[in-house]
Structure formats: C-alpha cells, structure tokens
Ligand binder design. Structure first.
Ligand SMILES: [Zn+2]
Ligand SMILES: [Zn+2]
Length: 345
C-alpha cells in the first residue's frame, strides 16, 4: 500500500508498505481520508518530536476491511472514524479519569510513534473505532477528531452564556472553535495573523463570527474567555482579558514559551489552563455533533495520497530538501488526503 512517511525533519516521502496484518482485538480500516493536522505540520517542521519512519496522520475515516479474532463491535463494511488518542485504562492517570494524559502512551501515539493513517490501510484496536452516523459523510467525519479536541478545550474554559470569546488563530482548530461557539450562540471573535487565513475564515465561517486580523482584536472588547490555538500565547492576549477571565492554551509546540506577568493573574483573577486532548466521552459527543455541524465547510481541498507534497505546501510546509522547510503562507483551511483522491462531497 501507499503511505506518507516521516523520514526526517523536512522530509516526508511516499513509501510502499505492506498492508498491516490484523491481530486479535484489532480492526483493519481501509482509509478513505485523513485530515492534515497542525501536529503533522509541526512534526515536519521539527517542532514536535516523532519517530523517523513512522506513517504520518491521525484524523481518519474509512471502511472496515477486516476484523481480528474476538472483535464484536465492528464488521467489514462499517463506515468508521478512528479515535487516535489511545490509552491504557490501567495506569493511575487513566484510573483518575484523565485517559488523554495516559502515562503509557509510548509507542501508542498514532502518526507520531506508531504508524498512522496517511496510508491506504491502518490497524486500530477495536475500542478506538467508532461507527459514523449514516448522515455524516467522510468529508465531514474527517473533522470529528479535531472537533473532539475542541470540545474538551472549550469545556475547560467553563464558558458562560454571556461570555465574550476570543479565539486566537484561524487555522482549522480555531475555525472549529468558532463554529461550535457560534452554534451555541456565543459572541466569538477570531483573530489571525496570516492574511490568507483571515480571508478563508471570513469566507467559510458563519457571518456571526467576527474575523479580525491580529492586532485589531482589541476593538471587540475585553474577552472573558480566550482560546490560544497558536502555541505561542501572544502577550497582548493576557493583558486584554476581562477580570475573572480564562485563557485556554490549546496549540502546542515543543519549544513554545510565553512570559506571563504573574501579578495580572492575581489582581485580575485570570485563570490560565491547559486541557490537552479529549476524553473518550468528548470523542463520542463529537461523533454525535457531527450530525448537525457543517464541519465539511472547513475542508478546502481533497487530494490523493501521492500529491502529499502539494497538500503540505498549501499548509505552508515546503516539503522537499533537507533541513527546515520554509513556511511561505497558508493557502488552505483543512486539507484531506484521500486514498483514491475522489471523496464524495
Ligand atoms: Zn490532529
Ligand atoms: Zn493509562
């Protein structure tokens, strides 16, 4: 099968791999599409550690091709979405209800240190395969995983109905935050530095979402909740918060560092929180919400696996040559890699 492999920083490659064999308790999924995520991008830019030689990708939908011994919840032909946040259910962290932060993740992070889904097939433990509702297309279902992440991070803000919300960064995660919040009737401002993404967000999101170039966001009033999806927490975000506000740090970069004026946390009662990936219940909720949220609106491109380089270039990753690739601006929102390149809308 064809697979997009992380050879080294700046070096993805299309490889021929054996179709993985399916063991007891496992499901073989014929991948229909995988969304390219900020994490894949960060891996290729050297900003997120990953195993050399790993098949990239973790936001995947597809059809069950075969099941291993003892599998009862999936059958060949099922349309499914993969939950790639594997956890052991046995360590202390899992038992304390924090499976997203499982202490036994090594070798289990899909598309990071365990082969991912930018391939024609992927093998997944049975409990991490969820059936897609009939009304959810693959194009829409491919955004279930990032939606789950968004749900967990928005919940961490403990939002109130009268909150003003600022989302920093209009990539797919920021756009999903805005889509969910707008659906809930919240007043949302989306701030973005990249002019291409400002234009895309304005075009793709409902008109109730105010999309501003970074720097203009102050005009929207002091936010009660801010969600930073950039991994760099711009200093002016903390300073702009309303008293009692909550800042959720959602984007992550290995070397992301911010300077925080501690006194402002104390005197203005600001909460700075991190939530990380989702719990299994968030993933199940994301599958349900996918029946009503027009997630596919954020998909601007669907390309076949072998055009991965073009897909990455649209996400500001120049994918050839050794060393650190140059980023030259975004030309896409969500890009899907489809095994056959022909995904029904
Ligand atoms: Zn992702
Ligand atoms: Zn665990």
């Amino acid at each position: 099968m064809k697979a997009v492999v992380f050879e080294d920083v700046g070096l993805p490659g299309l490889h021929d791999r054996a179709v993985p064999s399916v063991g007891a308790g496992e499901v073989l999924v014929r991948v229909a599409a995988t969304g390219i995520c900020g994490t894949d991008r960060a891996i290729l830019l050297g900003e997120f550690p990953a195993r050399r030689g790993v098949v990239l990708g973790h936001e995947a939908v597809g059809t069950v091709a075969a099941v291993g011994a003892g599998v009862g919840s999936s059958a060949p032909g099922d349309r499914v979405v993969i939950n790639p946040t594997y956890h052991c259910d046995r360590c202390r962290t899992c038992r304390r209800g924090l499976p997203a932060h499982c202490g036994a993740k090594e070798g289990r992070e899909v598309g990071v240190d365990r082969d991912g889904t930018m391939a024609e097939f992927a093998v997944v433990p049975e409990r991490f395969v969820h059936r897609l509702p009939a009304s959810v297309s693959y194009r829409r279902g491919a955004l279930v995983e990032p939606l789950a992440c968004v749900l967990n991070n928005l919940a961490a803000a403990r939002p109130r109905w009268d909150d003003r919300v600022l989302v920093v960064g209009a990539g797919p995660i920021g756009a999903l935050c805005a889509l969910v919040l707008a659906r809930r009737g919240a007043r949302v401002t989306l701030a973005e530095r990249d002019p291409g993404r400002v234009a895309l967000a304005r075009e793709l999101l409902p008109p109730t979402v105010l999309v501003l170039a970074a720097g203009e966001a102050a005009g929207a009033g002091a936010p009660d909740v801010a969600v930073d999806t950039t991994g760099s927490l711009p200093g002016d975000v903390l300073a702009a918060m309303a008293p009692g506000g909550t800042v959720v740090v959602m984007g992550e970069k290995e070397a992301g560092v911010a300077t925080v004026p501690l006194r402002s946390l104390v005197t203005r009662g600001i909460r700075l929180v991190g939530a990380g990936p989702y719990r299994p219940a968030d993933f199940e909720l994301a599958v349900e919400l996918a029946t009503e949220l027009p997630l596919e609106d954020l998909v601007t491109h669907v390309l076949p696996l072998d055009r991965y380089a073009e897909a990455l270039a649209m996400l500001a990753v120049a994918p050839t040559g050794p060393g650190r690739p140059a980023a030259d601006g975004y030309r896409a929102m969500k890009v899907l890699l489809a095994a056959d390149g022909a995904l029904a809308p």
